[in-house]
Design a protein around this ligand. Structure first.
Ligand code: PXG
Length: 412
């Protein structure tokens, strides 16, 4: 149980400090309980608690939308607010389907995801996602979905620093899928630029550009799910900036409000927005929206968060720390059980050899041991995933790495 938090640390119910190596769940990018965000929420709660999200507006939602458009990749000019990453994913998939339809291309109904992809837990997201336990319990899911292979080639790419060399050819699988179904039936491809939840799978050199080229060639929308990679995690504001590849739709949440108030945002290119704006004036253009879309408190939290990022240079700070982070993490190569180490920006993963017949057991033991020693890590399968708040210091990076080494020396 956590009962308090400040900057890089949580406080447990028994009064211990725990160093946060995961930014909560990849969301507290500016660190905990930051004053600008706290004050913004407090002020908003007393000023305007709620305004209807349909027909009525309030200034903070527009102010936030305009500020966001200034920092997202060029051309992503319009924003749709949601309340989570999962809702952002559903929103993006629905925009993609409806966009083709309003253009008179409604035969494009297929959505393509990827194995080991994570796009939240709602029906669209688990359908395009590629996590078997998240899918198998829930019936037929969305129809008309296909999946590209994942890019985790550990035999060829283990211990790569930054982008792995091998695997760009896996993007050609999209051509195979297009060949199977025909491009005229495919609405969109959705990928995480860097897959986070399934253990930090970094795209091989050239892979994302190939996806972009194939989508462009066939008139398929490319959706980047930047719920984890957005808001400075890569050392650039978004992974689209890091890779120099602009998607057609971008999905965000988490770092948008520093995790403090639930909020997500979906960004689209102008041509997508304009395709819906056909009037008449009194009609709804896109039949989708949430009671809490652009909620005043969330908008205030978003503005406080963006102000904090700007003042402290946090959307690019990870780029300065990335070389140090890379060296520190890779120093764990000789620690017990380590079979791969991966890094990009301020994201890292240490993959462990599973205990034979008991997958995840070793990593779970490592999580508990780390927690007892005052370090919060995240584990998924037998992978330790790391994503500290972007305010982390070099000495705290050392503390994280030394803590993991001590844990691996201790667990069976
Ligand atoms: N897309 C991506 C890429 C995500 O990582 C979601 C969508 C869904 O967001 P919401 O806000 O609906 O949870 C996510 C969420 C973990 C972990 O430790 C990651 C997420 C959520 C919970 C745990 O890997 N990512």
């Amino acid at each position: 149980m956590f009962v308090g938090a400040s900057d890089m640390h949580y406080v447990t119910s028994d009064g211990r400090q725990v160093l946060d190596a995961t930014a909560g769940l990849w969301c507290v990018n500016a660190g905990h309980c930051r004053p600008k965000i706290t004050e913004a929420i407090q002020k908003q709660a007393a000023e305007l608690d709620y305004a209807p999200a349909f027909q009525i507006g309030h200034p903070k939602a527009f102010e936030l939308a305009n500020k966001l458009v200034d920092i997202v990749p060029e051309g992503m000019d319009h924003v749709f607010f949601t309340n989570s990453g999962s809702e952002s994913v559903e929103t993006a998939l629905k925009i993609a389907l409806a966009y083709h339809r309003v253009k008179g291309d409604g035969a494009r109904f297929r959505l393509i995801g990827r194995e080991r992809g994570y796009h939240g837990v709602n029906f669209g997201g688990i359908s395009v996602g590629g996590i078997v336990p998240n899918r198998k319990m829930f019936g037929t899911l969305l129809t008309g979905v296909d999946h590209m292979p994942h890019t985790h080639l550990i035999e060829k790419n283990a211990f790569s620093k930054g982008a792995p060399e091998h695997g760009a050819e896996l993007a050609d699988e999209l051509e195979r899928i297009v060949g199977l179904h025909d491009a005229s039936t495919i609405a969109a491809v959705i990928v995480e630029p860097v897959a986070g939840s399934t253990g930090v799978l970094i795209p091989p050199k050239g892979y994302l550009q190939k996806l972009r080229d194939i989508c462009t060639k066939h008139g398929i929308l490319l959706i980047f799910d930047e719920v984890i990679t957005g808001f400075g995690r890569m050392g650039t504001p978004f992974a689209a900036d890091y890779y120099g590849i602009i998607p057609d739709i971008m999905v965000t949440a988490k770092g948008l409000t520093n995790g403090v108030i639930p909020m997500g945002a979906v960004f689209v290119k102008s041509e997508i927005y304009e395709a819906f704006m056909n009037g008449p004036e009194h009609m709804i253009e896109f039949m989708h929206g949430y009671t809490y879309s652009g909620n005043p408190m969330a908008a205030a939290a978003g503005l406080g968060t963006l102000a904090t990022y700007k003042e402290e240079g946090l959307l690019t700070r990870a780029a300065e720390l990335a070389p140090y982070w890379e060296e520190a993490l890779h120093s764990l190569a000789d620690a017990p059980y380590v079979i791969d180490i991966r890094n990009v920006g301020l994201i890292g993963a240490v993959e462990l050899e599973p205990i034979a017949g008991a997958p995840t057991k070793r990593a779970f033991a490592a999580f508990r041991e780390a927690f007892d020693n005052g370090l919060l890590i995240r584990t998924t399968g037998d992978i330790i995933a790391l994503s500290p708040p972007l305010i982390v210091s070099k000495s705290q990076i050392d503390e994280i790495v030394d803590g993991i080494r001590a844990v691996l020396n201790k667990v069976d």
